[in-house]
Design a protein around this ligand. Structure first.
Ligand SMILES: Nc1ncnc2c1ncn2[C@@H]1O[C@H](COP(=O)(O)OP(=O)(O)O)[C@@H](O)[C@H]1O
Ligand SMILES: [Mg+2]
Length: 262
């Protein structure tokens, strides 16, 4: 029999919070955040996505130039999360901006400095997925994102160098879990910018599957020039070039996630 208590929990409390994390830059975090959000929204899900990188690439990629407020204001408690959300491609986007870097510095001496994003998210409900595009670091902002999340997804190119960072992410998450009695985990590695013609890709895939206890999503995102063009048009690649490989791959990845694999 189903847990009776669970069956009475209203929908608004059942969303999944996902941190898209990798401390290296250029590993496809923002591209994944934009396109996963768009793909999930297209499949009828209620999606919120937060630009949590001071470089604000996600904000740009969604064509947001002017906004009433950003996630930096929310952390400074000058605005609520629901007040800064803008609709793009059926998803609700919390813009970021460079002020996030100053906020990070100012948080360092605050009590509960790791929990500012969690607190901000608590006031929001009615989403199926809340996606956080993390900065390229494991600094206080990234830790805020991980602490707020139910799980993380690590987009990665299938290269030897990428593996070195994997242990670091895993150790950071373990440390957070131990310190704060949380249960965050890496749901999976998403292979991005994959070139199926290269053998190295599948060798690294095998290596990850044999040596890390982290699953690899069966969906993979192929390299496609459309994916790199789309941000200048303020669109996901799914809107900009729906028939491109990366658009097809991100739609498939969204379905895999919705089916709760791996
Ligand atoms: N599937 C892809 N095909 C081609 N270019 C891609 C793909 N995914 C990402 N890129 C490009 O790679 C660069 C880094 O991606 P980005 O998502 O910004 O990484 P991060 O957010 O981790 O720094 C960007 O220029 C982006 O357009
Ligand atoms: Mg980025």
């Amino acid at each position: 029999m189903d847990n009776l208590v669970d069956s009475f929990v209203p929908k608004e409390f059942m969303g999944e919070i996902i941190a898209i994390v990798n401390q290296k830059g250029g590993t496809g975090k923002t591209t994944t955040s934009v396109n996963l959000s768009s793909a999930l929204a297209r499949q009828g899900k209620d999606v919120v996505v937060i630009d949590f990188d001071p470089q604000a690439n996600l904000t740009y990629a969604f064509g947001i130039e002017e906004n009433e407020g950003t996630i930096a204001d929310v952390l400074r408690e000058q605005n609520s999360l629901s007040d800064v959300l803008l609709e793009r491609e059926g998803a609700r986007v919390a813009p970021g901006d460079i002020a996030l870097a100053d906020v990070e510095v100012s948080l360092i001496n605050e009590i509960g400095r790791e929990f500012f994003l969690s607190e901000a998210i608590k006031g929001l409900n009615g989403y199926d997925y809340l996606i956080i595009d993390c900065p390229p670091s494991l600094s206080l902002l990234a830790i805020n994102a991980l602490v707020a999340a139910d799980y993380s997804i690590v987009p990665m190119q299938m290269e030897v160098m990428s593996l070195q960072g994997l242990n670091q992410i895993r150790n950071t998450i373990e440390r957070i879990n131990r310190s704060y009695k949380l249960d965050i985990y890496i749901k999976g590695i998403l292979a991005v910018m994959v070139d199926r013609r290269r053998n190295l890709d599948s060798e690294i895939e095998d290596f990850i599957q044999n040596n890390y206890e982290i699953p690899l999503f069966s969906s993979k995102i192929r390299t496609n020039v459309r994916a790199s063009e789309a941000p200048s048009f303020g669109q996901s690649v799914i809107s900009y070039a729906p028939r491109s490989n990366s658009a097809i791959d991100y739609m498939e990845f969204a379905r895999e996630l919705m089916n709760n694999e791996p």
